[in-house]
Write a protein that binds this ligand. Structure first.
Ligand SMILES: [Zn+2]
Length: 347
């Protein structure tokens, strides 16, 4: 369980893929490595990564296409039976979550090398895996022992994934409001340290001077997502970064699956919840439009009926998670008016 890790570390910067070997060496990782990779990124970066990891270990490569629990358990078993010393996950979320959970189950150190910044799960102690009915489950596990993020790889990837990462960070705003509401209602205890981490993630992003997506901006976004991950670690749950806006996003996944990115759905959820509860949102709307993060529900393919239904179903998505939705008017007419207002404000 990380006891054979000399040093936990987060490496964020340009060209970090070329120093993976050195980072592993510093962390004291060696022996046999099980490398779990997304197939697309492997085509482009596999040779470099393999060279790097091979500097400290003999490597067994497994490519994963789907983030299923079954695949994670299978790899955990292979790690246990195959005398594996540590697991490396490389990819945009599916492979890193499969690797993360396999490492947790097999009690092996885990090295995460995410290739996108699409959500705050990249460096968190939570893995999202599909169960036997193909429904996504958020499973508690451990934070990666080593996380390496190469800004060049993110820069060369799809811009929409970066926008989703902005959206997932924005959602800390409503998550923190919801946490306060739950504390006031006696449903949840406070954790100032986790709150501080979550608000730092949010504020350091929206108060930064950047107005375009470049390398420096991506450094900041990466740091914010790492802070969100640490917030979850300290809270022991996703509470500091996931409130009513995430419940709405989960409901969309179940009842109105349009294949929008998670972070875009949660950003829409944030704006919609603020609108529904009459809270200020101009600063967040301005920030989203500065980076052309489009959360207009109509353009995302979410019609009024789906919007209403998903807000009405949202509280049941995770019954233990008390949020503002437990205390506000979810009547159809009220939600329809909210939809219209969100359309107007995100025009
Ligand atoms: Zn999220």
């Amino acid at each position: 369980m990380g006891s054979n890790i000399a040093q936990r570390s987060f490496e964020v910067g340009v060209g970090k893929l070329e120093s993976v070997g050195a980072t592993l060496e510093r962390s004291g990782l060696k022996g046999n490595a099980l490398l779990v990779s997304g197939s697309h990124v492997w085509e482009e970066y596999g040779t470099t990564l393999l060279q790097q990891v091979s500097r400290v270990a003999s490597v067994e490569v497994h490519k994963v296409k789907a983030n299923t629990m079954e695949r994670a358990m299978d790899l955990a078993q292979q790690a246990l039976l195959g005398d594996i010393d540590f697991i490396v996950g490389f990819g945009g979320g599916k492979a890193t979550d499969v690797g993360k959970y396999a490492a947790y189950v097999a009690k092996k150190p885990y090295v995460s090398i995410p290739t996108t910044l699409a959500n705050d799960g990249l460096v968190s102690a939570i893995a999202v895996l599909k169960d036997s009915e193909s429904l996504p489950r958020s499973l508690g596990c451990r934070m990666p022992d080593v996380a390496i993020l190469d800004i060049d790889i993110v820069m060369n990837g799809p811009i929409d994934l970066v926008k989703a990462g902005i959206g997932d960070t924005i959602s800390n705003h409503t998550a923190l409001i919801d946490w306060d509401i739950a504390v006031k209602a006696g449903r949840e205890s406070e954790n100032n340290y986790a709150k501080l981490m979550s608000s730092t993630a949010l504020e350091s992003l929206i108060n930064s001077r950047f107005d375009e997506i470049d390398g420096d901006f991506l450094m900041q976004l990466a740091k914010s997502l790492i802070f969100s991950g640490i917030a979850m670690e300290y809270a022991g749950s996703s509470r500091p970064v996931s409130g009513s806006e995430h419940l709405f996003s989960h409901a969309l996944d179940y009842y109105a699956p349009q294949n929008n990115l998670h972070g875009i759905q949660t950003a829409l959820g944030t704006i919609a919840v603020l609108t529904l509860t009459g809270r200020p949102r101009k600063q967040l709307l301005d920030y989203l439009s500065r980076f052309e993060v489009d959360v207009n529900p109509r353009r995302l393919g979410i019609d009024k009926d789906q919007f209403v239904e998903c807000f009405q179903k949202a509280p049941a998505m995770r019954p233990g998670r008390y949020t503002c939705l437990n205390e506000c008017d979810l009547a159809t007419a009220n939600l329809e008016a909210t939809y219209d207002q969100v359309l107007e404000e995100t025009r």
